[in-house]
Write a protein that binds this ligand. Sequence first.
Ligand code: SF4
Length: 465
Amino acid sequence: MSEMPSVSFVSLGCPKNLVDSEKMLGLLAEAGCAIVGDGSGLGDVLIVNTCGFLSASRDEAVGILQEAAEHKRNGDIQRIVAAGCLVQRDGQGLMKDVPEIDALVGVHNRSDIVRAVTGRKRNELGSSGGADDSVLFLGEYHASSWTEANRSDQTRLRLTPAHYAYLRMSEGCNQKCTFCTIPSIRGPMHCKGVDEIMAEANELIADGAVEINLIGQDTTSYGQDIGYDAGLSGLLKTLNTLDGAHWIRLMYAYPSDFTDEMIDAIAACEKVAKYIDIPLQHISDRMLKAMYRRVTRNETEKLLTKLRERIPGVSIRTTFISGFPGESQADHEELRKFIRDFGFDMLGVFPYSNEPGTPAHRMKNHLPPELIDERVDELMLTQQDVAFEMAAARKGKNFDVMIDDYGEGGVYPARHEGQAPEVDSVVYVEGGEYDPGDIVTVRCTGHRDYDLLAKPVDAGLPILQ
Ligand code: SF4
């Protein structure tokens, strides 16, 4: 390949992986690779940034890589590069599943993406066809690997719409939840400094972002590994001074480390969205203990009550795991009743996934998959009732939304402050002429399932307070 190869990219998994994808695309573009967008054919090289959190994400990645192998056999592409969490978790296994892969890039080696794209092909390694260092950019987490190149997410090529962006404030995790593979993939928690985060935020705002979604594996532990005593509340107060940001949204909070200072900072900082994403995973003390969540039901309820009391109008999103080993019918009923009674604004339920290498995998009393599916459905139906009641209660209310897209037929998809991008319900705004990122005051006229319907207040509708 004389000149730099053209590249197409598939980004799988969570927003943290998406930021890695954006950064790798930035590095490739800087190196002179043409980036071939969705729907405009394939580049010389196809990169798949994989997710390795659950077996289901593994199946998805292997499926896409096998399709890529087909394209390679047909000569549509010349090279396959696999990157990301599944590579970090089981790169060699992946190469066995898809021998056509030419290079592997682990999560701690993303700055090697250009070498992986331009280096030698596996089958140029003589008859063995084995893999050697020239195509494996893989290493375990080590403090030394958290270099500026791997830490800074600046100069990325963004894949989200311009008006919102993800800002990763830390990577890795120090928690030890017994069902989770992430610490074994991403390593212990390692944070960016406040100045680095501010520099990234300013770059994203200069690039058109008015909404900054703060991400990490456990955002409430921010600063503990870099001696930043002010922690998350200090960071939020600093980010609140940003010019040009409309919403700064906190995702991936961890319940046991949520302090009063953090609650007060969210309440007091006008640019910090009155929105909390706080995965709770369960509510029965028996299950919380078995999951090693380091928090009790009582502490969880106290925290949630405090959040609602001290942050007026706050929206709370959470996720639960259903079917954890040993979960009794009583545990399940306790969770269902809690969902019914507390009334979360946004909620997701995941079936327990039996991940090799986790302590939960070695536990006894694993539940049959059909029972797990049944319980997931029961919890989601319970939440559906709650969500539809909440949506109906918004009818006639006025609130601000951020336009997310141009939509069709004069109806614009948008979100209010209590709705995060890509994971929560939306508001459909009928009428007006807007651009993505515009803030519009609307009045809710009804709902369609989880989504709200609204009209712009300035459309001559009477202001109902
Ligand atoms: S907080 Fe728990 S579930 Fe989340 S990444 Fe860390 S170990 Fe995994």
